[in-house]
Ligand binder design. Structure first.
Ligand code: ATP
Ligand code: MG
Length: 440
């Protein structure tokens, strides 16, 4: 993509409405624009990141054995009356009436809808287990939408639902998702700590929220400090592996969200206690037969008994992740994208657009990167070098190729790493080889 043709309306000034760094940089880099409170358009640069995140989430859900479907955003009120949540949900639910005066709503989550689908088509224990997920927009009329897309009213969520015959099966599904979440967040360069979360009326210990520690997190969380330092990369996160061992080794440490903190345990931890602010990027939840009983989703067992299906739900805040990654990875100059979610792999800065030698070299690099399947953003604008450097740092592509007349005279260009700031002089060929090997 040539920058002069790319729709990336950057802002020079810090927008006054943005209180946290991710919101500020997303607006300044031209990733999003607010439409109304808590509702955003995703401009091309933001949409590229969102797509990368969705793809990682999708791959790991598939690997865990979940199957993708797509449910609508608009749901009928009846199924929510069946589950008993229509009134409970209160003002957070956006209620809509259609032309026939039928009560509809914009889905804040999909337990009811997926249970309706399953009860109509799953009758026998032979049809279980199943895990189904979709990536779809949700609407919650939050009291205080804030921090840009971090707490929006309309937001993109991956929600998965598991269906099992019994508790043992449900626990296996839960563990599969637990490991899938560790893999998902790790691939995005994030350290997400699973913490015991409120399990509502069900009780039990099968509810975890995955938290990114950041000063701008909305809630205060606490855990054993070893969990903060733990290197998840050293664990065996094979989707086909022994999930219980992974789950046990992590949940063996004290780690609690806001509502689940325990002053007594924290007192005994002393210097081993870490208290921090956290951003919730995912939530996995076992709720047994809550919906299947209320909505009459039963299967026949091998012995011929009818039993309600055991269920769990597993959410990831896909759009919130864009902000969470920025909160975890930035500096004073802008965003620092992990390679796996970067909107482009590399930026090419032509320091003297209009100069024959520079233009030819840049065009050559740009074409070769394209051939190699490396996504480049080529800054061929007639702007000053300072403006180009600042913009490229702001949008945070992992690599920059800096091409100027002086270097070219000596047959070299510069390769800069956005994360470390290191610049290395090398021939065009060597730079391309290096980028190729990183992409491989
Ligand atoms: P919160 O406590 O932050 O309001 P929640 O516990 O109600 O969230 P869940 O129902 O568990 O949220 O939804 C699954 C995931 O969706 C959350 O872990 C979070 O990452 C994301 N999410 C929830 N609400 C929002 C929102 N208003 N804006 C963006 N993402 C959200
Ligand atoms: Mg939650």
């Amino acid at each position: 993509m040539r920058l002069s043709e790319f729709f990336m309306p950057t802002l020079k000034e810090n927008p006054s409405e943005a209180q946290i760094v991710s919101h500020r940089y997303m607006l300044r880099a031209g990733m999003i624009r607010q439409s109304s409170a808590g509702i955003y358009s995703w401009l091309p640069l933001g949409q590229r990141v969102l797509k990368k995140i969705k793809q990682i989430v999708r791959q790991e859900q598939d690997r865990a054995g979940a199957q993708e479907l797509l449910m609508p955003t608009i749901q009928p009120a009846e199924i929510w009356r069946e589950s008993g949540r229509y009134d409970d949900y209160g003002k957070e639910m956006l209620r809509i009436t259609d032309r026939h005066d039928r009560e509809m709503l914009y889905g804040p989550t999909n337990e009811e809808l997926i249970t309706e689908i399953i009860r109509e088509s799953v009758r026998s224990y032979r049809d279980l287990p199943k895990m189904l997920y979709h990536i779809q927009w949700k609407f919650r009329d939050e009291v205080r939408p804030r921090f840009g897309i971090m707490r929006g009213r309309e937001f993109l969520m991956k929600d998965c639902y598991s269906f099992d015959l019994d508790y043992a099966g449900a626990k296996k599904s839960y563990n599969k998702m637990f490991v899938a979440y560790l893999r998902t967040f790790q691939r995005m360069g994030l350290k997400a700590i699973p913490m015991v979360a409120d399990s509502g009326a069900i009780g039990g210990d099968m509810s975890h929220e995955f938290m990114i520690l950041a000063d701008t997190g909305e809630s205060e969380v606490a855990c054993h400090k070893d969990l903060v330092d733990l290197n998840i990369e050293l664990m065996n996160l094979d989707p086909q592996g022994d999930h219980q061992t992974v789950v046990d080794s992590l949940t063996g440490y004290y780690a609690a969200t806001d509502e689940k903190r325990d002053a007594e345990i924290e007192g005994t931890l002393g210097n081993d206690l870490a208290v921090a602010r956290g951003i919730e990027v995912g939530h996995i939840f076992y709720f047994g037969t809550k919906y299947s009983e209320a909505m009459n989703a039963y299967v026949t067992t091998e012995k011929g008994e009818d039993v309600p299906i055991e269920m769990g739900s597993y959410g990831i805040g896909v759009s919130r992740l864009v902000g969470a990654i920025i909160e975890a990875s930035h500096d004073d100059n802008g965003i620092i994208w992990p390679e796996s979610v970067a909107p482009f792999d590399v930026g090419i800065i032509n320091l003297r657009a209009g100069d024959d030698t520079c233009d030819t070299a840049c065009e050559d690099i740009y074409a070769k990167l394209g051939d190699a399947g490396i996504d480049a953003l080529y800054d061929e604008r007639g702007e000053r070098a300072g403006v180009k450097f600042a913009d490229m740092d702001l949008i945070g592509l992992p690599w920059q190729l800096i091409v100027g007349p002086r270097g070219l005279k000596n047959g070299v260009i510069e390769l800069k790493s956005r994360a470390t700031g290191e610049r290395e002089e090398m021939t065009i060929e060597a730079a391309l080889n290096k980028l190729n090997s990183l992409a491989a």
